[in-house]
Design a protein around this ligand. Structure first.
Ligand code: FAD
Length: 518
């Protein structure tokens, strides 16, 4: 039975893993985390996925325990600007469409098209995004859409497997502050924290890591080693030589430049969403936090130089960008062939990464940690446990890759080589066939990537109908059906949205209120 774990790396991945292992196994597992004072963390990674609430729930942390500490805000979805055409925008909201007469409201919408905006016609959340509303009342009550959302506070300890309904929001937070908070959480529960550089990794005759050597703190031994060293992947890829499978042929964005922009809360209404604004060679993210905005340009270096990218980003941000230092990042897109080999498991950027268009980096980490707990090694069956772990982790990343490639193929934007090439570039194997299928019938459980990867058919539908580049046909059978119930439901969505917009506080006011209570 593994009883001691050594985690190398103290970024979001390292501290999420350390604190989660302590929450799962308590004192029955010794956890040591070693992080370098000299190698900085990636310094980005602020928007999350709607399953993140299970991470905090598992740790027993309520929103009031961590949100103010991490300058957190709510995220009801992602706003896509200019992906269809200049000036156009739509939302990918955290909301499943309703079902009318056994058929998705999305299919009815395609038949009836009450307006050009699928998102705002069929989703209450999209309307709340437009109005910049908070998903909570001042006294804390959560909006209800009638779909049985459960308030995180009422759920108790939970995991992603318990995500049966679509929860209406995720969070945006300062990742450095989150790592700091989790450092306190972990060390309070017995994580041994070593601040030092790992200078060597020793492997025994079976190919297992026996210890890591540090510069000043001696050798750190353990039964299991978790590689959280970021893109360096010091243990898994470098020392154990596990191959890295690049996704670059299908997702060419390989670089980013980021800025941290101070924001006066009172001056600017704060959208409860992450914004992805299409650019000449990629897209710019805008993530509003309490007191500052995180922003950056993700681009393909084949189409844009770092200097051009930084100029574009500064122009996008405007005068607030003056005197701010830009963080240039080279991204390694793809995944390790196996993220767990022998007694070494890589979690975070060391395992794999896709561009942050759907904020999946931290989701990958959370998924890996939950799977690690489920597959925790104990003896003779370890090899089979590793096989099962590696299969699940690979499916999650491969599935997200497909979903992201769809974003570029389905985007109507076609105005330069970057956007045109996106339509003819190599696709993951089965995606081309799936797209043909979706043109005649919107995505469902049977036609999307067949393994769990965090995204449901509704997300695919929201993107296809928002991006506008695919010629999608309504179901012919709907023309023969009575549409009274569908028309009524579309009106109900509008009425519910109006009523919620009138009664919910603004996102900016609610977040200011949360931070005042601190
Ligand atoms: P890092 O933050 O790089 O940490 C590596 C750690 O290893 C550091 O503590 C370092 O000191 C340590 N280390 C390295 N070498 C040594 C050594 N020799 N000895 C000791 N310690 C060592 N994810 C999202 O979910 N949402 C987003 O919006 C998002 N945006 C992103 C934007 C960009 C441009 C990029 C590149 C990533 C983004 N991500 C996002 C992903 C997210 O940033 C990462 O998943 C997350 O920060 C985890 O990083 P990490 O801990 O794996 O690596």
């Amino acid at each position: 039975m593994s009883k001691s774990v050594v985690i190398v790396g103290g970024g979001t991945a390292g501290w999420m893993t350390a604190s989660y292992l302590k929450a799962a196994f308590g004192d029955r597992l010794a956890v040591t985390l070693v992080e370098s004072r000299n190698v900085p963390t990636i310094g980005v990674g602020e928007a999350s996925f709607s399953t993140i609430r299970h991470f905090f729930a598992y740790l027993g942390l309520e929103e009031s325990d961590w949100m103010p500490e991490c300058h957190a805000t709510y995220k009801l979805g992602i706003r896509y600007d200019n992906w269809r055409a200049e000036g156009h925008h739509f939302y990918h909201p955290f909301e499943r469409p309703r079902t009318v007469e056994g058929v998705s409201l999305a299919d009815w919408w395609l038949r009836k098209k009450p307006s050009a905006d699928y998102d705002r016609d069929c989703s209450v959340i999209a309307a709340l995004c437009e109005a910049k509303s908070s998903p909570r009342q001042f006294e804390g009550g959560l909006l209800t859409l009638g779909a049985g959302e459960q308030d995180p506070a009422a759920v108790g300890r939970s995991t992603m497997a318990q995500q049966t309904t679509q929860f209406p929001y995720a969070y945006q937070f300062d990742a450095t502050l989150l790592a700091k908070l989790l450092t306190g959480y972990g060390t309070d529960r017995g994580v041994r924290h070593v601040l030092d550089d790992v200078v060597d990794v020793a492997v025994d005759e079976h190919g297992d890591i026996s210890h890591v050597r540090t510069k000043e703190s001696g050798d750190l031994s353990g039964d299991l080693f978790v590689d959280c060293t970021g893109f360096r992947s010091l243990l898994l890829n470098k020392k154990l030589g596990v191959p890295f499978l690049s996704y670059q042929d299908t997702l060419p964005n390989d670089s980013a430049v980021a800025l941290r922009v101070p924001m006066e809360m009172a001056d600017q209404g704060m959208g409860p969403y992450t914004r992805a604004s299409a650019q000449a060679a990629g897209w710019i993210w805008t993530i509003p936090l309490y007191g500052r905005t995180g922003t950056g340009y993700v681009y393909a270096s084949d189409y844009c130089t770092p200097e051009e990218a930084e100029r574009t980003l500064r122009a996008y941000v405007g005068p607030a960008a003056e005197d701010l230092e830009a963080n240039h990042i080279r991204m390694r897109i793809g995944r390790s062939e196996n993220s767990w080999v022998n007694n070494c498991v890589a979690i975070g950027l060391s395992s794999g990464f896709v561009e942050p268009l759907e904020s999946t980096g931290i989701f990958f980490i959370q998924n890996a940690i939950e799977q690690l707990v489920k597959h925790f090694p104990g003896g003779r069956e370890d090899e089979q446990l590793r096989v099962s772990y590696n299969r699940q982790v690979a499916h999650v990343m491969d599935g997200v890759r497909e979903f992201l490639v769809l974003h570029y193929v389905a985007a109507k934007r076609n105005d330069n080589a970057y956007w045109r090439d996106a339509k003819t570039r190599t696709m993951p194997d089965a995606l081309a066939g799936r797209i043909e299928q979706w043109k005649v019938k919107l995505p469902d459980e049977d036609t999307i990537f067949p393994y769990y990867h965090g995204f449901e058919p509704y997300s695919y539908t929201a993107m296809i109908l928002g991006l506008g580049g695919l010629d999608v046909q309504p179901l012919p059978g709907l023309a023969l059906m009575d549409d009274i119930a569908a028309v009524k439901e579309l009106q109900l969505v509008r009425d519910q949205a109006r009523s919620l917009v009138e009664t919910l506080p603004s996102h900016a006011d609610y977040i200011a209120h949360v931070h005042r209570r601190r």
